[in-house]
Ligand binder design. Structure first.
Ligand code: MN
Length: 726
């Protein structure tokens, strides 16, 4: 009989799991690999004091439970031998073949490029500086684009490290948990591996936010019995109905995961909705044998319990980009409580839990057909990860592009050909253009969303059809696109490309561009300062330096107005007009205020506000007799004089091509900048559709005016905006 040592228990467990889906020859092969790994890690211990081999076995165990192929299991068992045991790539290739060698090498950390001594080679996570960690993550992402099994091993490896994180010092716990939540969990999500995703999230949550973690664990435990009773009753009554219609199903109440409950509580708080400890903590899940039964089941559910408006999603007809399929609905369940229900087939359930991994898994003794089909090449964001490899030299830059542009929450839009492009939430048509092709981005002039012309910095919504028009001459990007205030680009990838373009221009071009920008700004703002005076105000030693910084995109155009504003408002013929102090109702931004006619308070008086029947606020002096004697105390609100604002009038001329909605777009931009328009007139040029629009605006000064110009120039159809002297 075998002795149950601390190594033999996990070993036997792994063997039992493998025997469920592999044949004896395959298991024999895996045993050889395990022996080799065990010998290589001999005498090595983890920080917990356990023999090191426990870790590779645990990594393989997670993957065996998903019935992954032998190459993946072997790779998991060997994943630390190059890193920690001085075993070479060639040796693994010779012993176990090139596929195994490739994925082990792909999952191996880079040697510390900063040459700082490791404190302990056997640490769970080597305490390397950020630079090496970024380079390693980059290497793993690239290796993954050729063979996604690299990342399956890496995620399983990370999961076991997270599950044993308590042995590490607190500072490293936080750093590793943060990285897991920022990179590994989103990566699992985009690969559709929900099971591992929520485990990674919950483990990270435990370390990053221990108070809330405990609070929510208690919340889940507190009403468990009541919840189970409710779920069981719902399950039983539904089961009967489905059986009557001859639908075979598996129904259960799935408790939500801690981190997702935490996010739900926060979301509810934002919209002022009360969180229900019994009904918001679970979802009912129904698994059927086939798609037909999913829809039949949905019909039965909806006729039994009233569905909630706007809560139905058909991810069977429209699968999510990470392959997830299911029907989602919310109904008013027993006892008048809302209840979430998910309906899917058993196959869809497997994909919902394992995502991409299911492509590499065994199904009844055979490997999935899709595997080996190079399906990695069909995932567009994997292609993107690979393309950026050429475009970004800096690892940090590369990694932050992946983090912001690919691993963050995404918006999905369509090209005119019907291809789906995924971009980070907040992305614009310009981000889209850069994602499709760098040249399309550089030369983008107009954008259409759902066949309507829009500004290049419009925020994209899910499902938008986006079309970009290129300029015929290769005009290159606009330096304003780098101006963060204008929100042209939210993806790091696109921003970097614009910056790279400007940096690649030769000195003459940069100088010419810089001069153009400076002159344009001084002209359109009608500023009376020389170039050298501006350079001095902006702390540049020479005008040339300023011009180069502007021309290469190192500093945005807004810095000019900022510097002028900071020192003095030197607008030609400025005629400052002091506006009455703005009234502010404390705590309420949107209430209208009126000055009480009885006492006519002026700026500086002590005042109170009175809520009228029309829900606006009349302002009285505190000493006003009306206020003292006839107002109801419960209707009194606190008010304050806002700051005195001095505004300056400027006359602007906008040159544009006329189109429907142009004036509306202009006034919307102006008012969204908090600027008042006094007069607006437009005159057409006979025989063309060019128009001149003249308006007088009141701004707080040069800086606000400059930003307004840039935003106006971004409106489709607008050619130029200048300030003129009356
Ligand atoms: Mn490891």
């Amino acid at each position: 009989m075998e002795i149950l040592t601390e190594i033999n228990i996990p070993k036997n467990k792994l063997k039992t799991t493998l025997e469920l889906y592999l044949n004896p020859t395959q298991i024999e092969e895996i045993n050889d690999v395990l022996d080799f790994a065990e010998k290589s890690h001999k005498d090595q211990k983890r920080i917990s004091g356990e023999p090191y081999i426990i870790h590779p076995i645990a990594t393989a165990q997670n993957l065996a439970e998903m019935k992954l192929d032998t190459t993946t299991i072997k790779g998991a068992l060997l994943h630390d031998v190059i890193e920690d045991c001085n075993v070479s790539y060639n040796e693994i290739e010779k012993l176990f073949g090139s596929e195994v060698a490739y994925i082990v090498d792909g999952a191996t950390k880079l040697k510390n490029i900063d040459k700082i001594n490791e404190s302990s080679q056997m640490a769970i996570e080597i305490n390397t500086p950020q630079r090496t960690r970024s380079a390693t993550l980059r290497k793993i992402l690239i290796a993954m684009t050729k063979d996604v099994r690299v990342v399956l091993i890496k995620l399983s490896d990370r999961l076991h490290n997270m599950q044993t994180l308590k042995y590490l010092p607190a500072s490293r716990q936080l750093r590793i948990a943060r990285e897991t939540l920022d990179i590994h969990a989103p990566l699992a999500h985009r690969l559709g591996m929900n099971e591992i995703k929520w485990k990674l999230e919950d483990e990270s949550f435990r370390y990053l936010n221990p108070e809330n973690y405990k609070m929510i664990s208690k919340l889940v435990a507190r009403k468990r019995l009541e919840r189970e009773r409710y779920v069981n009753a719902a399950v039983e009554s539904l089961k009967t109905e489905l059986e009557k219609s001859n639908i075979k199903s598996l129904i259960y109440g799935r408790a939500k995961h801690l981190y997702s409950i935490y996010k739900k509580i926060n979301r509810y708080q934002e919209i002022g909705r009360k969180f229900n400890e019994i009904h918001d903590l679970f979802a009912l899940r129904i698994l059927t044998d086939n798609i037909n039964d999913c829809y039949k089941t949905l019909g039965i559910v909806h006729s039994k319990w009233r569905p909630l408006q706007g809560e139905f999603d058909d991810y069977i007809g429209n699968p999510k980009e990470n392959m997830y399929q299911s029907l989602h609905t919310s109904v008013i369940g027993p006892g008048n409580y809302s209840m979430e229900i998910q309906i899917r087939t058993k196959e869809m359930e497997k994909i919902a839990q394992e995502g991409v991994a299911s492509h590499w898994s065994y199904k009844e003794g055979e490997q999935n057909v899709t595997n080996g089909n190079n399906f990695e090449q069909q995932i567009t964001w994997l292609k993107q990860i690979l393309e950026w490899q050429q475009e970004f030299t800096e690892d940090e830059e590369y990694l932050s592009s992946v983090k912001t542009d690919i691993l963050s929450d995404q918006v999905f839009v369509y090209t005119p050909k019907g291809d789906v492009i995924d971009l980070p939430i907040g992305a614009t048509p310009l981000d889209f253009a850069y994602r499709v092709h760098t040249e399309l981005g550089h030369n983008a002039t107009r954008a259409y969303i759902n066949n309507k012309i829009v500004a290049l910095n419009t925020i994209l919504q899910n499902g938008d059809l986006v079309e970009i028009k290129k300029s015929r001459k290769n005009k290159g990007p606009n330096i304003n696109w780098l101006n963060p205030e204008l929100n042209f680009l939210s993806s790091i990838g696109a921003q970097t490309k614009v910056r790279q373009w400007f940096n690649k221009q030769n000195k003459n071009v940069i100088e010419r561009e810089g001069k153009k920008i400076l002159n344009k700004e001084l002209t359109r703002l009608s500023i009376d300062l020389s170039e050298s005076e501006i350079a001095e105000k902006m702390d540049f030693t020479t005008t040339k330096e300023l011009i180069e910084a502007l021309g290469s995109g190192t500093i945005p155009i807004t810095r000019i107005a900022e510097a002028i504003d900071r020192t003095e408002n030197k607008i030609k013929n400025n005629n400052p007009s002091v506006q009455p102090g703005v009234l502010v109702v404390i705590g309420e931004q949107d209430l209208l205020t009126k000055i009480g006619r009885c006492c006519n308070p002026i700026h500086g008086d002590e005042i109170i506000g009175y809520l009228t029947r029309n829900q606006d606020v009349t302002v009285h002096k505190i000493s006003c007799n009306n206020a003292k004697y006839s107002l109801k105390p419960e209707k009194i609100v606190d008010v304050n004089w806002g700051e005195y604002t001095t505004t300056y009038s400027s006359r602007l001329i906008v040159n544009a091509y006329d189109r429907v909605g142009l004036i509306r777009d202009i006034t919307m931009v102006v008012s969204s900048e908090g600027v008042n328009i006094h007069k607006i007139t437009s005159s057409e040029n006979k025989g063309s559709n060019a128009v001149n629009i003249a308006m007088t605006v009141y701004t707080r000064g040069v800086q606000q005016l400059s930003k307004l110009f840039s935003r106006l120039e971004a409106i489709p159809g607008i050619e130029s905006v200048i300030r003129i002297n009356e």
